[in-house]
Design a protein around this ligand. Structure first.
Ligand code: FES
Length: 303
């Protein structure tokens, strides 16, 4: 093989413009299905051949890109052609380029979906504002539920930060589907409500109070299993928080409550009793405990 002479570059037939990625992948997919039926040793040989071939192509393309980067005009053309679906798919397959921010956010959401779906909820990507902001929407049982703040911060946010370290701001859009009513039963008694991040069927629930004894949009202070807690009610939904301010951990029970908003008596941080979110410093939130309401009995589970 003669290398290094541009005259050796073979003119390629012009690709039909309507040859899309799926059409080009069709033969590969069919051959992969065929190989999957072979015995293990044959499969391993094919995979080794694929890896060696990919490594060769990756090295060649990386060298090509390195050379192109030296020419500013060529860089513009390179950036533009990376947007082509076939070029992008090949460069991604060879791991010459990192997944896009959009792909990584979707991967992050995908990683927490089984957990959210097991509680009747979901999450969708609403918007990405590069370089550092993502807007998501919680759906189903996650939307507007008392623990949505916790679900968001502990599950979805963690996953997004893990997959996309450059994201520093995660905004939550309102307006997902209405919460799914929970209609399971425990010993034949209907469960009216259970925190979406909890499993009603689990063991370890502690009786706390009767539903009618919990004031609507206000607080009832109790000690259950050694935990000082605040219970609050919004129709049949009950929320439960540790009696500790997210600012300095001071007790909140002497705080003033105005229409579902609890004001810390120490430095006046304000909290939504429905979601546990801090309205003064949105990055913090009250420590939430799981709640289930069976008939008129409210039970708490400490995780
Ligand atoms: S301890 Fe509650 S605001 Fe400071």
């Amino acid at each position: 093989m003669h290398m290094g002479d541009p005259a050796n570059i073979i003119e390629q037939p012009v690709q039909q413009p309507d040859t899309d990625l799926n059409t080009l992948l069709k033969d590969i997919t069919a051959l992969e299905a065929l190989v999957n039926d072979w015995d293990e040793q044959q499969q391993q040989t094919v995979h080794a051949l694929q890896r060696a071939s990919d490594a060769l192509h990756k090295e060649a393309i990386s060298r090509l890109i390195k050379a192109v980067k030296q020419v500013p005009e060529a860089m513009t053309a390179l950036k533009s052609i990376v947007g082509d679906e076939v070029v992008y798919a090949v460069l991604r397959h060879l791991e010459v380029i990192r997944p896009s921010l959009h792909e990584r956010v979707e991967q992050a959401l995908e990683s927490v979906r089984p957990y959210l779906e097991s509680h009747g909820g979901n999450v969708e990507l609403v918007n990405i504002s590069p370089p550092d902001t993502v807007t998501i929407r919680l759906l189903g049982a996650c939307d507007g539920c008392p623990a949505s703040g916790l679900t968001l911060s502990e599950g979805v946010e963690k996953a997004i930060h893990q997959y996309c370290p450059e994201i520093t701001t995660i905004e939550k859009a309102k307006g997902g589907m209405s919460a799914k009513p929970v209609s399971n039963t425990t010993d034949g008694v209907p469960v009216h409500f259970v925190s979406p991040f909890a499993n009603s069927a689990d063991a370890g629930w502690e009786y706390a109070a009767l539903l009618q004894d919990i004031p609507e949009k206000n607080i009832k202070v109790l000690t259950v299993a050694g935990n000082e807690i605040l219970l609050s009610r919004f129709a049949n939904k009950v929320t439960c928080y540790q009696n500790a301010c997210a600012h300095l951990g001071m007790p909140l029970d002497m705080g003033e409550v105005r229409d579902g908003i609890l004001i810390c008596p120490h430095h006046a941080f304000e909290y939504s009793l429905e979601s546990g979110e801090c309205l003064t410093a949105p990055e913090v939130q009250l420590q939430t405990h799981a709640v289930r309401v069976i008939g008129d009995k409210v039970e708490i589970k400490f995780l």
